[in-house]
Write a protein that binds this ligand. Structure first.
Ligand SMILES: *Cc1c(COP(=O)(O)O)cnc(C)c1O
Length: 391
């Protein structure tokens, strides 16, 4: 151990853009047409083919995509949308932004997704939709979700931001279901730097989504233009779309690499926990496979056994960072944020989410990583758990 050169830093995630993608961006920039145009049309057609020929429209980001999904479903003031407290805050923010009210239902601690068994008790006369989130890419039980929606006359807006390539009973998320929203933000499995897409049910919904993303404008003939709806400025540019077209070519390979790395995490964690005599520790591992739900391994998240440790999560994250390992928190429970507390939400109303939001930790996982990286991360984590275990 004479070599003191620090090991390279492993971030919790990193996008994979190859030289062909960079060249394609340069080509779009030189073409003279840089905003929404032919590359966007090509990307939307490719996505539609990917999702079983359902209509697909792209937007500037996943947040705009979800907001437009709510607008397409006609959801607005005075209405309630049931969702999960463990998500990126965008999920609840978009519900507020259309004037509706988010209703948080606690999570299943095993999957860390909304507990569908607890949804019926949250349905009122004002409920219009359920917005599930597929945390880390793991879908919920689609049969249960859509049975609930049908029985209660609700729309479903799937926040599938993290679930590009995930499957239910062998079918891709997005190829089935009601309105399904994806994000192409830099951390996501398929990235256009920023961007998103919505899978819709029919041509009428697709036309409305097109209007909503560009000021509500409808054009007719050579010079006709009308505005009959208030829209925003949420279109995706050709620069972003051409990146997406190239990412789509590699998505199968990315997916294979993520799955293999996740499998290696389980092997290394199981043998490491045994070797370090840590079996008595309540370290929560992700669900490796969950019946008909197939994850895309967007993230690999553990739940730290904080009650059995002498330090908090921030301390563990700081120590890992010192060892050259980046981690993330996805996510603190939304009801705990000041804005939400001011609106009367209480973290104690969804206690499982409150607990997991304080102890969940995202370990690095991205296609550019190696098995040796996984082993280094697991060794570092288990070393800290040993060091800080309460005696
Ligand atoms: C990334 C993400 C979003 C928002 O997507 P942006 O493209 O960042 O606007 C929404 N929900 C979840 C669960 C996400 O992970």
């Amino acid at each position: 151990m004479s070599d003191s050169t620090p090991l390279p830093f492993i971030p919790f995630t990193r996008p994979s853009f190859d030289e062909a993608t960079i060249a394609a961006v340069a080509e779009v920039l030189r073409s003279g047409w840089v905003t929404s145009g032919p590359k966007l049309a090509e990307f939307e057609a490719a996505l539609s083919a990917y999702f079983g020929n359902r209509p697909v429209r792209c937007f500037a980001n996943g947040t705009a995509t979800m907001k437009i999904a709510l607008q397409v479903a006609g959801i607005g003031p005075g209405e309630e949308v049931i969702t999960t407290p463990i998500s990126w805050v965008a999920t609840a923010n978009v519900i507020l932004s259309v004037g509706a009210t988010p209703v948080f239902v606690d999570i299943d601690p095993r999957t860390r997704n909304i507990d569908l068994d607890k949804v019926p008790a949250a349905i009122t006369a004002k409920t219009r939709a359920i917005m599930p989130v597929y945390l880390a890419g793991l879908p919920v039980n689609m049969d249960e979700l859509y049975a609930l929606a049908k029985e209660n006359g609700l729309r479903v807006i799937e926040d599938a931001a993290q679930a590009f390539g995930s499957e239910w009973k062998g079918q891709r998320i997005g190829s089935i279901g009601d309105l399904v929203s994806f994000s192409f933000q830099a951390n996501k499995n398929l990235s256009t730097v920023e961007g998103g897409c919505l899978v819709l049910n029919n041509a009428d919904e697709a036309r409305l989504a097109e209007k909503l993303r560009l000021q509500g404008v409808t054009r007719t003939g050579m010079d006709g233009m009308d505005v009959d709806t208030l829209g925003g400025k949420d279109n995706l540019t050709d620069v972003n779309a051409v990146i997406g077209l190239h990412q789509l070519k590699h998505i199968g390979q990315f997916q294979g690499k993520r799955t293999a790395l996740a499998a290696h995490y389980f092997t290394a964690l199981h043998s490491g926990l045994k070797a370090a005599n840590l079996q008595g520790l309540d370290l929560g591992l992700p669900v490796q496979s969950d019946g008909d739900c197939k994850t895309n391994w967007h993230m690999f998240q553990v739940v730290l056994p904080l009650e059995q440790l002498t330090v908090d999560r921030a301390h563990i994250m700081g120590d890992l960072k010192e060892q050259g390992i980046g981690t993330g928190v996805h996510y603190p429970a939304i009801p705990g944020f000041s804005l939400y507390q001011q609106k009367g939400y209480r973290p104690s109303d969804t206690p499982i989410a409150a607990r997991i939001g304080k102890s969940i930790l995202t370990l690095p996982l991205f296609p550019g990583m190696s098995n040796a990286d996984v082993e280094r991360i697991v060794n570092a984590l288990l070393g800290l758990l040993t060091q800080y275990r309460k005696s």
